[in-house]
Design a protein around this ligand. Sequence first.
Ligand code: AMP
Length: 130
Amino acid sequence: MASIFTKIINGEIPCHKIAEDDKYFAFLDINPVKEGHTLVIPKEEVDYIYDLEDETLAGLNIFAKKVSVAVKKACPCNRIGITVIGLEVPHAHIHLIPIDKLNDMSFEKPKMNPSSEELAMVAERIRSFL
Ligand code: AMP
């Protein structure tokens, strides 16, 4: 069965898209740990990130780097934290999180639950810097 992220890529499930090319896709996390929390994924559905072919993995990181520049401009912060977890969704993804302190990266605190309108505004702001 297709992963929830493949369904997002295919437009079967809505998302707040940030960027897309032929191999990669970026969109806002629906329950961010910090405003601007963005997920970057390969279109190829592979669960574990290190099972990706080297070329795809390298391309994913380069695509994430471009997206991170726009996220940082849209959500001023000390830096963009980068993490890979993958315990919830079995489709490789990189979390890009605007952070000022270590706790901003924490997935143990309650996550945010912004409205679709709020997410749309953040996505628009990030896209304006791409
Ligand atoms: P993990 O697999 O542990 O790295 O976490 C998966 C992330 O995907 C979580 O931060 C979720 O909030 C996020 N997520 C799950 N479903 C969606 C969705 N439909 N749209 C956007 N983000 C999602």
